[in-house]
Design a protein around this ligand. Structure first.
Ligand code: 13P
Length: 244
């Protein structure tokens, strides 16, 4: 159960979040919890989650170890802060910052190189859904991105299916729509990396997940977890999603 805070919260607000969140998930051993704050809050989040089974992730990752890449933050830097995960290829990065399937692959490989678990995001825009091209888009994103990994690299990633039309809009994909998309992704995984990889890869759903719809989404066997934006900013609401 992962939270993506996007461009919200200061370090002080991060500490305040964890002070409230910690007791609410103290018994939540049924799942893995990951919170991805902005880079500037990673140190505060790692410190706040110390000793707890809560992973901390970045929201992006540079593909080089270091170098003249103004504005980028590398995997070795993220790792040095004690983070364990990195979101890669979020649709907002694709939409506003020219992220492509090619750069998504490079960032995914960088995360793996620095022993961070990449949460690789895919998903169609409204236009693709409305013109019946959802499957085609998911296949393209897979083939041009994730399919470039080796089998052993693939075994260490998490995939997040986030239909762009459902992000921040209050329009959740129905559990059936989400499960259909997860099946498309899983069949791509099986074809490329084998049946066992297809069975074991974790695929999260993201897009307007809230405390009142998480249960029906998680009831789908295809959906292994959720990637939550807005509703992960509040400790009570994110804890109730974690404890669905
Ligand atoms: P919302 O939950 O705010 O729709 O955001 C989803 C998302 O983009 C998570 O990465």
């Amino acid at each position: 159960m992962a939270g993506n805070w996007k461009m919200y919260k200061t370090p002080a607000e991060t500490i305040a979040f964890f002070d409230k969140f910690r007791p609410l998930v103290a018994q939540s051993n049924h799942c893995e919890i990951v919170i991805c704050p902005p880079f500037t809050n990673l140190a505060a989040a790692v410190e706040s989650a110390r000793g707890l089974p809560i992973g901390i992730g970045a929201q992006n990752i540079g593909w080089a170890k270091e170098g003249a890449f103004t504005g980028e933050v590398s995997g070795s830097m993220i790792r040095a802060l004690g983070a364990s995960h990195a979101i890669v290829g979020h649709s907002e990065r694709r939409q506003y910052f020219a992220e492509t399937d090619g750069t998504v692959l490079k960032r995914t490989q960088a995360a793996l190189e620095f022993e961070l678990t990449p949460i690789v995001c895919v998903g169609e825009r409204l236009e693709e859904r409305e013109t019946g091209r959802t499957e085609e888009l998911l296949v393209t994103q897979f083939q041009n991105g994730i399919a470039g990994l080796s089998e052993s690299q693939f075994a260490r990633i998490v995939i997040a299916y986030e239909p762009v039309w459902a992000i921040g809009t209050g329009k959740t994909a129905t559990p059936e729509i989400a499960a259909d998309a997860h099946r498309v992704i899983r069949s791509q995984v099986r074809a490329k990396f084998g049946r066992a990889a297809g069975d074991s890869v974790r695929i999260l759903y993201g897009g307007s997940v809230k405390p009142d719809n998480v249960k029906s989404l998680m009831a789908q066997p295809e959906i292994d977890g959720v990637l939550v934006g807005g509703a992960s900013l509040d400790p009570v609401s994110f804890a109730s999603i974690v404890n669905f």
